[in-house]
Design a protein around this ligand. Structure first.
Ligand code: ADP
Ligand code: ASP
Ligand code: MG
Length: 706
């Protein structure tokens, strides 16, 4: 048995009905057919209106005339006369405005179809669904046991008919009164007929080519979903995809019958097959108004691990300037729901459809990552989460290789296509030597490795020149303050007079953790930081200000100052003898020094001061050799000033004691503060978290996409 269901739009007029008849007749050549049909388009609404208004004469005549017009087109001679009489008889019942007046729409349409099939020579039986489909008390849900029994008996009784024609939508309640299966319920009727008869095929024919990735009326780019599971189809339906009435899924599913959704106006299109299997991934977007002015949008997505999807939804909505009324949340099936104002719902559905179902013309970037450490792997993770897609930037990242091999740069040089991106997130001190050859080969460079920048000025300048000449980019914004916009703020073109920065995360962490109250000694804090891998292998490198030096060089050069490492005065926080000898000696000395450090800390505390390790660059005013190098917040003693440097700036790294008015006073853990003084404006203060693997990776991605 084949069960075919046609919706209202498939029987809107005589032309549409003729299409239906063609499809039914072709199926009848293969097997017996149950044709379930809806009322003609708009008929159910019109009947409800007739039952509601005081004087429905005009609406009654309009509806009658629509049916008569169809009959006139389909029939001739005595068949036409009989069809008209039959139609008018049904209308005389409607004129009495009976209860459940909407039951007559399906009766009208199916009586016409049954008569037409009969006149064309098919053995046809019209079934009154009100006698076969039973609902449960007070519900539009079917009493399947009673329904299946009645349907199968009716069919068994009639061995002759090739085609059964049955109205959809209508049923009888347990008291025997006519009722319906709810708006859109003809799909459900068809599924019940199919399940009752163990049909080999169940096809729901409508005006679209299957269940689509979104309502094609809202999203013209929607495309049909070739295959979908019962569960996902049910979810599309219950969240608003009107193409299928959600209760229709269960009977077919329980009977193991696949449901085809087909387009009456394009019968060769395969449409959608709803069955048990499913490919993982997102299926479509559905939406419905769930409260006045509020619409819930569902991304139907049978998958686990919703976090990345939720983030993408957030980004897609932000891109069109919409702030959802609630954060996107997964339901128990893993679909993601988000509520928005109905006014913007259409644009939101379109935006989500673009994000998840439309391959946008993103330009692709081939990326090679040198350094498979924590940052490299985090970078890889982010790219994977986003499936390489960064639509806000209009780009797709193709992460081709990630490696810690020392000859990886050479490998990239030999294999990468021009305009690829080489990312240096290593700790290597000589990988920068490959930068000029890479740039000359047309390969862009992004580096988060400070060592690659803190090189002799001439080498730094050569890399910059190679980049300019090849038209490739060379970006390293994460080398100072990770994702904080520090370097971008300097290279804006304004003449910089001074830069000050508390940028050494390790030292910040150690210094801000130290209380000097006996809770944890300075040496112990340092040991802990070393154990946790926060310091260099020899933490004295940090204490000696190496990291701050590298950052200061990068900052200065970004401001156009050709500073060399040898020009920077460094005043480490500990006396010189601490930096000689073995690491054990060092810790022994530091333990012995705890009393002194605690004393200093107490003194500072009593005076409302805090220690901060500050790197500064200050323009020397010509003719004023011996300028004290102090800047707005420099309360410390800038010792060792020995006159102007070749670059015209004085660069100092030193421990300062700062009061509450200083921007350095309130910093926690690994926070950074950078203050940029320029000729024409007030100082710019940039403060924020400067450490963290994910931040670093996100900063590198920003550089790649810039
Ligand atoms: P029928 O009269 O055949 O029962 P319906 O009007 O009930 O047809 O359902 C078909 C309509 O469902 C389509 O015209 C379309 O506008 C709407 N629709 C909503 N969401 C979807 C979707 N995801 N895929 C296809 N159609 C959808
Ligand atoms: N004619 C009914 C309705 O409009 C049932 C259906 O079309 O499925 O709701
Ligand atoms: Mg429908």
């Amino acid at each position: 048995m084949i069960v075919l269901k046609f919706g209202g739009s498939s029987v809107e007029n005589a032309t549409a009905m003729s299409r239906v008849l063609d499809i039914v007749e072709s199926a009848a050549s293969r097997d017996r057919v149950v044709l379930v049909c809806s009322a003609i388009k708009g008929c159910t609404d019109a009947l409800i209106e007739i039952g509601r208004v005081e004087d429905p004469e005009r609406q009654l005549n309009d509806l009658l005339n629509r049916h008569i017009a169809i009959i006139r087109r389909l029939f001739t001679g005595p068949d036409r006369e009989q069809a008209i009489v039959d139609c008018k008889t049904i209308f005389s019942e409607i004129r009495c405005i009976p209860a459940v007046i909407e039951q007559f729409g399906e009766i009208l349409s199916t009586r016409i179809l049954a008569r037409k099939l009969h006149t064309e020579g098919f053995k046809t039986t019209w079934l009154d669904s009100r006698d076969l489909v039973r609902t449960l008390p007070g519900s539009t849900e079917a009493d399947t046991k009673a329904t299946y029994k009645a349907i199968s008996e009716a069919i068994e009784k009639d061995a002759v008919a090739r085609i059964f024609v049955a109205p959809g939508f209508i049923a009888r309640d347990p008291n025997g009164a006519p009722t319906t299966l709810g708006r859109g319920g003809s799909d459900y009727s068809a599924s019940l007929y199919a399940a009752a008869l163990g049909a080999q095929d169940l096809e729901i024919w409508t005006d679209v080519p299957g269940i689509m990735t979104a309502n094609p009326r809202d999203v013209p780019a929607a495309r049909s979903i070739p295959a979908i599971s019962y569960g996902a189809a049910f979810d599309m339906a219950r969240y608003g995809a009107k193409v299928l009435y959600a209760p229709a899924v269960a009977p077919a599913r329980e009977a193991g019958i696949a449901i085809g959704i087909r387009n009456t106006f394009d019968p060769s299109h395969p449409g959608t097959v709803i069955a048990a299997q499913d490919e993982p991934g997102c299926k479509g977007v559905a939406s419905m108004e769930t409260a006045p002015g509020i619409t819930t949008i569902a991304l139907v997505c049978h998958q686990t691990g919703a976090d990345a999807t939720i983030r993408r939804i957030g980004t897609a909505l932000r891109e069109i300037g919409v702030r959802p009324l609630s954060e996107p949340v997964p339901d128990e099936q893993g679909n993601i729901l988000v509520t928005v104002r109905t006014l913007v719902a259409r644009s939101c559905v379109a935006a989500l459809h673009r994000e998840f179902f439309e391959a946008r013309a993103l330009s692709s970037l081939d990326v090679y990552v040198a350094g498979a450490g924590a940052v490299g792997r985090a970078l890889q993770g982010i790219v994977k989460e986003r499936d390489g897609q960064f639509p806000a930037a209009g780009k797709r990242i193709n992460l081709l290789e990630i490696s810690s091999n020392h000859d990886f740069a050479d490998h990239v040089l030999q294999t990468a296509r021009s305009r690829s991106v080489f990312v240096d997130c290593t700790n290597s001190k000589d990988i920068w030597r490959k930068f000029v050859p890479l740039l000359n080969a047309g390969i862009n460079i992004v580096s988060s490795n400070r060592r690659s920048l803190a090189i002799p000025y001439a080498d730094y300048a050569a890399i910059k020149a190679a980049a300019a000449e090849s038209g490739c980019f060379f970006r390293y914004n994460t080398t100072v303050g990770n994702a904080l916009p520090i370097l971008q703020s300097i290279s804006g073109g304004e003449e910089v007079t001074a830069i000050e920065a508390v940028v050494s995360c390790t030292l910040n962490l150690v210094i801000t953790s130290y209380k000097g109250d006996g809770s944890e000694s300075f040496a112990d804090i340092l040991r802990r930081a070393q154990r946790e891998g926060l310091t260099e292998a020899d933490p004295r490198t940090d204490l000696a200000g190496r990291d701050a030096l590298r950052k200061l060089l990068i900052l200065a050069r970004e401001a156009g100052v050709p500073l060399e490492a040898s020009e920077v005065e460094i005043h480490p926080m500990l006396p010189t003898e601490f930096f000689e000898g073995s690491l054990d000696d060092f810790y022994a000395k530091l333990d012995a020094y705890e009393g002194e450090l605690a004393r200093q800390e107490t003194f500072l505390h009593e005076h409302g001061l805090r220690r901060r390790f500050v790197a500064s660059l200050q323009r020397e005013i010509p003719g004023q050799a011996g300028n004290d190098g102090k800047t707005a917040w420099n309360e410390g003693d800038a010792a060792g000033n020995d006159g102007p440097k070749a670059c015209g700036y004085r660069a100092v790294i030193e421990m300062r004691e700062v009061g509450i008015e200083s921007p350095y006073y309130w910093i926690d853990g690994t926070e950074n503060v950078t203050v940029i003084h320029s000729v024409d404006s007030y100082p710019l203060v940039i403060k924020g978290s400067g450490e963290g693997v994910r931040l670093a990776a996100a900063g590198i991605i920003k550089d790649i996409l810039l």
